[in-house]
Design a protein around this ligand. Structure first.
Ligand SMILES: C[S@@+](CC[C@H](N)C(=O)[O-])C[C@H]1O[C@@H](n2cnc3c(N)ncnc32)[C@H](O)[C@@H]1O
Length: 219
């Protein structure tokens, strides 16, 4: 993983501004699938399976990236993907076109923290490996709560730092590498979720080694 990318992601809780995100991902879009795409593959599949199980058809995938999840979605869902990075989106559009993914309705350049969708536009919103990259993770959750219908599902999969236990030790040991890998080693559930969110959330450890966790919220 090139240094500049990790450098762009360093800082308190990965507080990146939109331009830094665009610059980082424009530079690494071409190689993304072969490094992070692989590490995150099992967790991405599990998150998409949770999307498929959730009721309703209209799905918003925020931070859709190169569209690695697009072919995994059920053909019964209707997917709208958004991303800040033009280069990542171009690869997602290419993938959807080449694979003839008819369940992909739209791939749009848009900020997940302030979308142009009307309230209640979607049954489900999913954010995979995005929460620790956006400048204001709480604003992300607030926006997802706005665009998802009452009673709909919000799913986030991400690396969240542990407070104790063997993974805590592992994270400390690998802290320098983890920032290079695109997530901040100190990004905690509390950085994104309010206590009332966490009280009602279902949280599941994902492979490999519980490195990622899937958080499911009912809106
Ligand atoms: C680590 S990649 C994850 C991509 C994809 N979800 C996956 O599973 O491979 C993070 C993506 O989030 C996008 N992103 C970061 N901040 C964003 C924001 N505020 N709004 C929309 N997309 C954003 C980045 O451009 C990048 O494509």
């Amino acid at each position: 993983m090139p240094d500049a990318y990790g450098a762009a992601l360093r800082g308190p809780h990965s507080q990146l501004d939109a331009d830094a995100i665009r610059t980082a991902y424009s530079r690494y879009a071409g190689s993304y699938d072969s490094w992070f795409g692989l590490i995150s593959s099992a967790a991405r599949k599990a998150a998409v399976a949770a999307v498929s199980r959730a009721p309703g058809e209209a799905v918003l995938e925020v931070g859709v990236g190169t569209g690695l999840a697009l072919p995994l979605h059920s053909s019964e869902k209707r997917i709208t993907g958004i991303d800040l990075s033009r280069e990542m989106l171009a690869l997602a559009r290419k993938r959807a076109a080449e694979l003839g993914l008819r369940h992909v309705e739209d791939l749009l350049e848009m900020d997940a923290q302030a979308t142009s969708f009307e309230a209640g536009s979607f049954d489900i919103a999913v954010a995979m490996f995005v929460a620790s990259v956006v400048p204001d993770p709480r604003a992300l959750v607030k926006e997802l709560r706005r665009v998802v219908k009452p009673g709909g599902k919000i799913l986030l999969v991400n690396h969240f730092a542990r407070e104790s236990g063997p993974m805590w030790w592992l994270e400390r040991a690998f802290a320098p590498a983890s920032s290079l890998l695109g997530w901040h080693s100190d990004f905690r559930l509390e950085h994104i979720f309010a206590p009332e969110d966490l009280a009602g959330a279902k949280i599941t450890d994902m492979k490999p080694l519980g490195l990622f966790r899937l958080v499911e919220l009912s809106n």
